[in-house]
Each structure stands twice: as structure tokens, then as C-alpha cells.
Design a protein around this ligand. Structure first.
Ligand SMILES: Nc1ncnc2c1ncn2[C@@H]1O[C@H](COP(=O)(O)OP(=O)(O)O)[C@@H](O)[C@H]1O
Ligand SMILES: [Mg+2]
Length: 274
């Protein structure tokens, strides 16, 4: 099976980049968290976004996904300008997961994925009240699709588990399934392996490859260098809100500026430790 349906979207550009962000700047009062960042994501690509803590990675994701309205800059998805509103961004074909997992803890795994699906079905307001045949058909399809996605991420046996009782690694995969339920063309993952053991990290890698193979482009924020360099076609290193280095994993991992940025920040972290 595939993680996306094949319905062609009229607005889709066949060979242009999936995402084109130019000159994205985000200021909070006097602090410039993201400064003039550009990023292009091509079809079928896995792009890594690395950089020390506080570099602006999550803030940049928030600018792309409409959680923040960037102070300056432009974000285009499949050739269209994106309105800085989370729902509009999801509808346009971009989905994400969060550094701090955001699931509905008291809902089952299946229900969490079904929630992601509702943005693609019509039966929200009136039909759900009237519970007509159309509602029942859509409900069945939504359920089947959600189950398919749980199988795809390896949670096929956890369908009825409450999200809050699931192991941490499973919650991360569940969040990915929910994001996939919105039929994205581009998936943004914010530290998908944080808190995972090596086996779960390997599974996450395999899952991201399968997502890419099913036709999505993926951008991954991650601290685990081995994970990033094995996974990604290209890597961007962000430091102090700016792109320090961009290149292939080989280019980036041997760049003295990247090493310096990480060693510098590791020393800062140690000083800051209580
Ligand atoms: N909503 C906000 N208001 C003020 N400052 C923020 C806000 N969000 C992030 N920042 C600041 O922006 C900088 C970048 O943070 P963040 O994007 O979370 O970094 P990263 O994800 O790379 O660790 C940090 O200095 C952080 O404190
Ligand atoms: Mg972050």
C-alpha cells in the first residue's frame, strides 16, 4: 500500500519543487530566531535540518506550517503561496509532527488517526448531526483508511489502545500516521526519534524511507547525526537562525564549521547543566 492517495491535484506542479521558502525571518521582539532562511525541497527528497539547540529549527517549521506568520519571507507549496494559517497549510498538502508529541491522550490510536482524516472528508457539521448514509459511508472509509495507516507505521495491533498508554516510540509513530491521514505531499518531522532506543530509531528510519518511497517529500529535524546522515539526500545546518552550511551528508558532516557549531554548543550545554 502507499501512504498517499494518487488523486491528482489540479494545483500540483509536476516538476517544480514541492516547497520553496525564501527569505524567511521570524523576530520575537528583539530576538531574531530565524534570519533570512531559504529552503527548497524537491519531489521525492528527504531533507535534514540540523543545528544546535535554540538554532531556530522548530521556529522555522512553525513559519512553514502557519503556526507563526513570518516577519518576512515567502513560503510556496507546489507553486502556490501558502496562507499563514495551520488549517490552510494542511489543506494545501503539508503535514507535520511536533517536537513535544501532541496526541489526544484519551482517544484510541485509531481515533487519533481518524481525526487527521477529517480534513479530507465532507461530513463534519451537518451530516454528522443528521447521520445520513453519506456520513456512514465516509465514516467507514475514514476508519478503513486510518487502520491502513496504522498498519503502515507498524501499529496495526494497537488500534484500540489509548494514546496516553502507548510507549513513547509508538506515540511518535502514531503522530506520523495522523499526519499522513491528511494526504500530505510534504511531511515535516520535528525530532521524530527523540527519546527512542536504537531499535526504535532504526524502525523510524525505515518508516521515513517507506514514506518517501510512497511519493512524499520529507523534512526531518534531528539531533542524531548518524540517523540524519544515513537518511537524508541533503542536509541544512542552521546556527543562530541562519543557514550555516547546506549540502550532501558527506559535505555537511566533514565541514569544520558544522563540527565547530556542535562542539561549541556542547560546551555551552555543559556549562549550563545544573
Ligand atoms: N514564541 C516564542 N517567543 C519568543 N522566543 C521564541 C519563541 N519560540 C522560539 N523562541 C526562541 O527562538 C530561538 C529558537 O528556538 P527554536 O526554534 O525552538 O530552536 P530549535 O528548535 O532549533 O532548538 C530560541 O532562542 C527560542 O527561545
Ligand atoms: Mg526544536
Amino acid at each position: 500500500m502507499t501512504a498517499v492517495d494518487d488523486t491528482p491535484r489540479t494545483e500540483r506542479q509536476a516538476d517544480g519543487p514541492v516547497l520553496e521558502a525564501t527569505g524567511v525571518t521570524m523576530r520575537f521582539g528583539g530576538l531574531t530566531a530565524v534570519n533570512n532562511v531559504g529552503m527548497t525541497v524537491r519531489q521525492g527528497e528527504i531533507l535534514g535540518l540540523i543545528g544546535p539547540n535554540g538554532a531556530g529549527k522548530t521556529t522555522f517549521f512553525n513559519c512553514l506550517t502557519g503556526l507563526y506568520k513570518p516577519t518576512e519571507g515567502r513560503v510556496r507549496l507546489l507553486g502556490n503561496d501558502l496562507p499563514p494559517k495551520p488549517r490552510a497549510v494542511v489543506m494545501a498538502g503539508m503535514a507535520r509532527t511536533f517536537q513535544n508529541i501532541r496526541l489526544f491522550g484519551n482517544m484510541t490510536a485509531l481515533e487519533n488517526v481518524m481525526v487527521g482524516r477529517y480534513c479530507r472528508t465532507s461530513s463534519m457539521a451537518l451530516t454528522s448531526i443528521l447521520r445520513g448514509p453519506k456520513f456512514r459511508r465516509e465514516e467507514r472509509e475514514t476508519r478503513a483508511r486510518a487502520q491502513e495507516l496504522l498498519d503502515f507505521v507498524g501499529l496495526g495491533k494497537s488500534t484500540e489502545h489509548l494514546a496516553r498508554n502507548m510507549p513513547y516510540g509508538d506515540q511518535r509513530r502514531l503522530e506520523i500516521a495522523r499526519a499522513l491521514a491528511t494526504d500530505p505531499k510534504l511531511l515535516l518531522l520535528d525530532e521524530p526519534t527523540a527519546g527512542m532506543n536504537p531499535r526504535e530509531t532504526q524502525q523510524a528510519s525505515d518508516l521515513i524511507f517507506r514514506i518517501r518511497d510512497s511519493g512524499l517529500a520529507v523534512v526531518v529535524i534531528e539531533h542524531d547525526m548518524r540517523f540524519i546522515f544515513n537518511l537524508c539526500d541533503r542536509v541544512l545546518c542552521l546556527v543562530n537562525g541562519e543557514v550555516l552550511v547546506e549540502g550532501t551528508p558527506n559535505e555537511v558532516q566533514s565541514d569544520p564549521r558544522v563540527i565547530e557549531a556542535y562542539i561549541g554548543s556542547a560546551a555551552d550545554d555543559e556549562e549550563g547543566d545544573e
